[in-house]
Design a protein around this ligand. Structure first.
Ligand code: FES
Length: 108
């Protein structure tokens, strides 16, 4: 769900569509979105699960202060998705616990 006509900002521009990969699914986002806003528009509310109780967490403050929106983005864990703009082709994963750096254990 997206706001098309905002009472203060008025008409929201129709930005270019881009593609994201979220937990293996392809979703559309708009240039100018943050990762979190694109996921909320898609209907995905859970960004991560806590390390001890495996409790779901999603966007809470939306200003980069709480860390509830952390996700693994392009193999890098603990990215604050409410503060990170989307880029075409991003690989985004729901983070489990503290997350892991992907690709570090690959043999060279
Ligand atoms: S929602 Fe709080 S840091 Fe992103």
């Amino acid at each position: 769900m997206r706001v098309i006509n905002h009472p203060i900002l008025e008409q929201i521009p129709d930005n270019k569509k881009i593609t994201l990969y979220v937990d293996g699914k392809i979703i559309e986002a708009l240039e100018g979105d943050t990762i979190a806003s694109a996921l909320l528009a898609y209907g995905k509310k859970i960004c991560r699960y806590t390390s001890k109780r495996h409790a779901p967490r999603g966007v809470f403050c939306a200003i980069g202060r709480c860390s509830d929106c952390l996700m693994t983005v392009d193999g890098i864990p603990n990215i604050r998705t409410c503060m990170t703009p989307v880029k075409n082709g991003m690989q985004i994963k729901t983070q489990q616990g503290n997350g892991i750096w992907e690709g570090l254990n690959e043999k060279r």
